[in-house]
Design a protein. Structure first.
Ligand code: 0O2
Length: 221
């Protein structure tokens, strides 16, 4: 890259980052379609909220240095897989896997990697389903495959992760042992809440299903 001028490099980098922004736009559209259509067909919305973020150039650089990744666009593209990030917060536990399946089934999406921290939580109690996907983005003169990280979790998992993230940063990574233990307990409480809510959800779904034929059998008017 040494032969390139500053403005050439800046232009390349802007296009590089732009690709990730479009990758986010593509996946956001897909998730919003799923959300609206699922709600229409099943009269139920499995998604509470969806957020996205584009990693800042500073964070990309910091992560590359942390991972020992060479600072070239090709290496960063291959090794930093969460430049484009989307977080889907679901109502119930079973919804997380439903959303995963609906995304993974789309023909233009390639799942490159899946990390199931719901089935296998991190030692600190972190739970979430991470998908690294590749999606095509159609530019004016080419098609690029863009990598996007999709984190899928429940409201309880999101609540825990957001606060743990804040505490972790407050202590700059060295959280006191007693607090680590309390965080693990809080993760267990969030997990128990998810299980209880899932049970209620299954119960309500069964009642709805059992009631459906009766409702259909009612005479018109
Ligand atoms: P930010 O600010 O959210 O972007 P990788 O090099 O990406 O393959 P990594 O980063 O360890 O390996 O991947 P992993 O474990 O899938 O984690 C990626 C992201 O998940 C993190 O991104 C966090 O957003 C989230 N995450 C993972 N572990 C934890 C955790 O223990 N607590 C919380 N609160 N979030 C977690 P970043 O880049 O670390 O941060």
């Amino acid at each position: 890259d040494s032969g390139k001028s500053f403005s050439q490099l800046r232009e390349e980098f802007t296009r590089f980052v732009m690709g990730y922004k479009f990758g986010i736009d593509e996946i956001m559209t897909k998730i919003n379609i799923l959300r609206e259509e699922f709600n229409h067909v099943h009269e139920y919305n499995p998604i509470e909220y969806v957020g996205s973020r584009l990693k800042s150039p500073e964070s990309i650089l910091a992560k590359a240095l942390r991972k020992g990744c060479p600072i070239t666009m090709d290496d960063i593209r291959d090794q930093i897989l969460d430049i484009a990030g989307i977080r889907v917060t679901c109502s119930f536990l079973s919804d997380t896997y439903k959303i995963r399946d609906m995304i993974a089934a789309q023909h233009d999406i390639t799942v490159l990697l899946e990390r199931d921290y719901i089935a296998n939580p991190k030692p600190n109690g972190y739970k979430s389903l991470h998908l690294i996907v590749s999606v095509p983005v159609y530019m004016s003169d080419r098609v690029v495959q863009v990598t996007v990280e999709i984190q899928i979790r429940t409201i309880a998992m999101d609540f825990w992760a957001s606060l743990e993230h804040k505490i972790f940063y407050k202590y700059r990574g060295s959280v006191p042992a007693a607090m680590v233990e309390e965080l693990a307990q809080a993760a267990a409480a969030a997990n128990a809440l998810d299980k209880q809510m899932e049970k209620l959800h299954v119960g309500i779904t069964q009642i709805k299903r059992a009631g459906a034929p009766e409702q259909r059998a009612l005479p018109a008017g």
